[in-house]
Design a protein around this ligand. Structure first.
Ligand code: AMP
Length: 596
């Protein structure tokens, strides 16, 4: 592969690239850099994040800009503040041995006067978000009359974000003689229209096949039901103890909900979306970059500009509305020569949406089973044993305690000690997953098999049917009823069967073996629900046709994944024992441990 020096860049730039550790150009760099250096033709580049596209357009500009002329010669537009800042920083790095070459980055949400001052001092290269750039043009602080290069980075995303008018304005404010460089991961009609209207016979370059994902990414899908979507996400995290992932959601609300649930369940997660202040977003991204957060739940837009190379997974909690965005998402993993996995959670109805994506990727999604409790336990156990094997022991810190410890444990054999240790770490984990349902079966239930007594589910005759004096009028729904039952601390193995919610009262089934435990628990706790004292009774009434709404697919255990109790292997930082006794305190405990 050719080295940068062969591309014709001057020495100060090559030196800066050596400092950055860039040894060989990436595919897009190899194609775009000589093209831009040698020709003033417009350029249309198919490139996703992670392909090295920033250097592909920045290096020739740094090379060719006249550093003795202080007017703005290049304007680079990017969809988000984060990406703009990243590009500005990259250009500073590339030009560190060219002291007269200045770059200014302008974006909304920051002091405009400050940016105006910086522009007045003179900058050959300006990087900006569309809105702020237009604002500065209007205020005549940014003059584009001498522009030689206009870069539209992530053009598809800028249009997705509704910046069409701003792009038009910037394009119109620049001279016709400029060279336009358009970089986009996808080329929907709107982007093609920009290319057609504002570019002259552009040369096309690609970072591989158009729109095709990285070869380093494996694409998997898990078939889920709506109820098993979140538990499946947890299991994917649990079976990958070293997971470092972005979990993509479609809306801010979905993002916040998923992140809140993960945090409450003790995972090392946080959210990133547009409802957060800029300071909050910066802080979350910094924590994620430093790997203080293992799972970042984000919207597509907010995740833009987050420059992280070593993600193990990209998880599509829901598929993006526009299939082209799948490529953007999955391109966040498998970067810089690493391997990555892009995971999609789909229900049966959504399964068909994978076909057009497969056509774009020219790759098949691999159908993957949601890990079983046993698989997770094994994975976690051996992960722990591996960690023990590799951990360094610093006896100086524990020296003083060791004689006492040795003395206390002297009567145990090596095998006994290992067994005790493993049990201590794993009994709670094993019991957590012991009765966990097969979530793959739950996905099948979406096909209308709910309530037909699939294997693994308790039969109706093994259940006791209870009457409860609450109904729809009390705002009771199946989830709330299950929460109410779970709160009574009956027994963590109890299965809840069919639930029928009626207007003023309801019915639910409980494993016969826990009939009296259930009565005792409700009577001892005297729970209230929305201000009403709760009463339950055993009912002898038969369910019509054996139907009713059966909850939990393969039968719901209070330890099932839907119960927000703890999985394990979640948090790198979460050193506390998982599965604390009280369910409500679990969330709070884990939150606290995370913040420590
Ligand atoms: P980009 O696609 O511009 O967001 O770049 C993705 C990542 O690859 C960034 O962290 C860059 O610093 C890095 N990168 C870009 N080009 C190279 C190169 N030729 N060698 C090594 N790393 C690179």
């Amino acid at each position: 592969m050719s080295k940068f020096a062969d591309l014709g860049l001057k020495e100060p730039i090559n030196k800066a690239l050596v400092d950055l550790g860039y040894e060989s150009p990436t595919v897009i760099q190899e194609k775009a850099i000589p093209q831009i250096l040698s020709s003033s033709e417009d350029l249309k580049a198919f490139a996703q994040t992670g392909t090295g596209k920033t250097a592909a357009f920045s290096l020739p500009i740094v090379e060719l800009a006249d550093d003795k002329d202080k007017t703005s010669q290049a304007i680079i537009l990017s969809p988000t503040r984060e990406l703009a800042v990243q590009i500005g920083k990259n250009i500073e790095d590339f030009s560190k041995y060219l002291p007269d070459l200045k770059v200014v980055t302008v974006y909304g949400g920051a002091n405009i006067e400050q940016q105006i001052k910086q522009l007045k001092r003179g900058a050959q290269i300006v990087v900006g978000t569309p809105g702020r750039t237009v604002d500065l043009i209007r205020r005549r602080a940014l003059k584009l009359g001498n522009i030689k290069w206009l870069v539209l980075d992530e053009a598809d995303e800028m249009l997705n974000m509704g910046f069409k008018d701003e792009l038009d304005k910037v394009l119109e404010a620049t001279p016709d003689t400029k060279q336009t460089l358009l970089f986009s991961a996808t080329f929907p009609r709107e982007v093609e229209a920009i290319a057609k209207n504002y570019m002259n016979n552009p040369v096309e370059v690609t970072s591989g096949q158009k729109n095709q994902g990285s070869d380093n990414v494996t694409h998997q899908y898990y078939l889920v039901s709506e109820r098993s979507r979140y538990p499946a996400l947890k299991r994917i995290a649990d079976v990958n103890p070293d997971i470092y992932a972005i979990v993509f959601c479609r809306t801010r609300r979905e993002t916040q909900e998923v992140a809140d649930k993960l945090i409450q369940d003790g995972y090392n997660a946080d959210s990133l979306h547009g409802d957060l202040s800029q300071a909050q977003r910066d802080s979350v991204m910094e924590k994620f970059r430093k790997k203080n957060i293992q799972m970042l739940v984000a919207t597509d837009v907010a995740a833009r500009g987050l420059d992280v190379d070593n993600l193990t997974h990209v998880i599509n909690h829901k598929l993006p509305d526009q299939i082209e965005n799948y490529n953007h998402r999955s391109g966040r993993t498998g970067r810089a020569g690493n391997k990555g996995i892009s995971v999609v959670l789909v229900n049966r109805k959504e399964r068909g949406k994978l076909n057009p994506i497969e056509r774009i990727l020219k790759k098949k999604f691999i159908e993957t089973s949601i890990p079983t409790g046993k698989e997770i336990c094994e994975k976690q156990l051996f992960h722990l044993i591996d960690k023990i094997e590799k951990s360094e022991v610093n006896t100086s810190e524990i020296d003083t305690y060791l004689p006492n410890i040795y003395d206390k444990l002297k009567d145990f054999s090596r095998e006994e000690l290992i067994q005790k240790f493993v049990s201590l770490e794993f009994n709670s984990f094993l019991s957590y997953y012991e009765n966990a349902p097969d979530l793959n079966n739950m996905a099948s239930n979406d096909r209308g098999e709910r309530g037909r007594g699939r294997s693994g589910r308790m039969a109706s005759e093994d259940m006791t049917r209870f009457f409860i004096n609450l109904g729809r009028k009390d705002r009771l729904n199946p989830a709330k009823l299950m929460g109410l039952i779970n709160e009574q601390g009956i027994n963590n193995k109890v299965e809840i069967g069919a639930i029928d919610i009626l207007d003023t009262f309801s019915f639910f089934e409980i494993d016969k073996n826990f009939e009296s435990d259930t009565l005792d628990a409700f009577s001892a706790n005297s729970p209230e629900f929305n201000g009403r004292r709760v009463n339950i009774e055993i009912t002898k009434t038969e369910r019509k046709g054996g139907g009713g709404r059966r909850r939990g697919g393969s039968g719901r255990s209070r330890r099932s994944d839907d119960n927000p109790s703890k999985g394990f292997g979640r948090t790198r930082n979460n050193k506390k024992k998982p599965f604390p006794k009280k369910e409500n305190s679990k969330g709070r405990d884990s939150r606290r441990s995370r913040r420590r």
